[in-house]
Design a protein around this ligand. Structure first.
Ligand SMILES: [Zn+2]
Length: 452
């Protein structure tokens, strides 16, 4: 294992407190199962107070890393310290790494590589030439996006002048073409907002109203984009984020607002795009009640990390710069602490939802996808005759019988919304009211999970 010899003092220095070290000395002297070492790792099984023996592993390459199946939250735990002491005492022998050890080391390598990539990019970029090239690219992009903003404002001006009932504006093609141009102008955030309009069914009786509302928010964003050079830094970051600029994860991890503690996974939203799919996992910070949205990208339907709804995690998030502060990234891999419950009393009424929307919108009026926990609600279908066909609309209804519309997640490819998506929430709230988590756009709620 490793190149340097581990000493008793080294292990003592790792102990979270002196008591843990004393206990670990006792553990090291007990019999261990399948004790082994390689040039990369140490492992063993220790029969503690649990039913099954604890699996203990140490990654002994550069910086020591540990894994133990015991429930202790101390890092390293007493079993890990004990395992290290068996090495100091010369009790471990060279052996072939067991499968679970190999798997763990491989997973660690993969994660380390992923985190390293942006950092490597920064250090390479340190050469002056590269910095100058990056600056020129950034300037070119700013110019491109500014041209895109101008183009889109002109197009929306035409829509306002000629009226939404003009035939060409009722065709998805008009909006899809406009979205493609926004991609060419390097403004994917604008492209997505235009595609949302393309995805709406112009035969729907609410089409005019919905499109006008979306155009209204979009125009606010475009007007803000024109002034992006002259607004405070956080607001500028918020605007750029909405336009579709991305920031390097590594810089977010270093400088973003940090929030540490216990987080509860609330649900995942998925967007299937033309080339790349996005997963949005929402988390609830138990201590402060703040939300965080964590994004992953994938070329297929599999994502590296899964966060089951209502599973708890301990770790630190870093928020992306901005004024709304929802998007965040894990500072390092969080520790899963198993299934947890939503704290008692958490959840808003419709009235509180409206107040929160106003608050968020006053900072960034174009914000959609506002995370929302609604308590004591049910999901019900509302069937309406629409010409010859029956249209099912969905409603979220509170205990006073007040209702807000609910929709399944949209698809940026402009495919119709799936109705069985809402069916699941109808069934989940069939017998009793639930707490619903979802994304609110100021008009409709897209539920992501039902918590009973
Ligand atoms: Zn342990």
């Amino acid at each position: 294992m490793g190149s340097k010899q581990l000493t008793r003092e080294d292990v003592k220095a790792l102990a979270p407190d002196s008591k843990a070290f004393v206990v670990s000395e006792a553990i090291a002297s007990e019999p261990w199962l399948e004790l082994g070492r390689s040039d990369r790792a140490l492992w063993g099984k220790f029969s503690g107070s649990g039913k099954a023996p604890y699996r203990v592993m140490v990654d002994a390459r550069d910086e020591l890393a540990y894994k133990c199946s015991c429930p202790s939250r101390k890092l390293p735990c007493k079993h890990t310290l004990g395992l290290l002491l068996t090495e100091v005492d010369g009790k471990t022998t060279d052996a072939k790494e067991p499968d679970d050890v190999v798997k763990w080391l491989d997973a660690r390598d993969k994660r380390a590589k992923k985190r390293q990539e942006p950092k490597d990019a920064t250090s390479t970029a340190r050469s002056e030439k590269a910095v100058a090239a990056a600056k020129a690219r950034a300037k070119k992009r700013d110019q491109n996006v500014a041209d895109g903003v101008e183009t889109l404002l002109n197009a929306l001006d035409d829509v306002a002048r000629l009226g939404l009932n003009t035939a060409q504006f009722r065709e998805p093609k008009f909006w899809k073409d406009l979205a493609k141009r926004m991609v060419d102008f390097q403004a994917p955030g604008l492209a997505n907002r235009v595609l949302e309009i393309a995805a709406l069914d112009s035969a729907d009786k609410n089409w005019n109203e919905t499109v006008l509302r979306k155009i209204g928010l979009l125009t606010l964003l475009l007007e803000a984009a024109k002034r992006v050079e002259n607004v405070p830094e956080d607001l500028a970051a918020e605007i750029r984020y909405a336009l579709g600029y991305t920031f390097q994860e590594s810089s977010v991890v270093e400088t973003g607002e940090r929030l540490e503690g216990e987080w509860l996974a609330l649900g995942r939203g998925l967007v299937f795009g033309r080339a790349i799919n996005t997963a949005r996992d929402w988390f609830y910070h138990i201590e402060t009640g703040r939300f965080a949205r964590y994004l992953q990208y994938s070329r297929n339907k599999e994502f590296d990390e899964t966060y089951p709804t209502l599973n708890g995690y301990v770790g630190a998030m870093r928020y992306w710069h901005g004024v709304v502060k929802m998007r965040a990234t894990w500072e390092s891999t969080p520790k899963s602490i198993g299934r947890r419950a939503l704290p008692d009393g958490v959840g808003d009424t419709f009235q509180q939802l409206v107040e929160k929307t106003v608050q968020t919108r006053s900072n960034a009026p174009w914000t959609t996808a506002i995370p929302t926990l609604l308590k004591d609600v049910v999901v019900r279908p509302n069937v309406e005759r629409c010409g010859k066909t029956l249209a099912t609309q969905w409603l979220v209804i509170d205990s006073d019988g007040r209702a807000i519309p609910a929709v399944a997640p949209g698809n940026v490819q402009g495919e119709p919304r799936k109705n069985n998506f809402m069916q699941d929430f109808f069934e989940a709230s069939y017998d009793a009211a639930v707490t619903l988590f979802g994304e609110w756009d100021g008009q409709t709620l897209t539920p992501l999970s039902a918590i009973s």
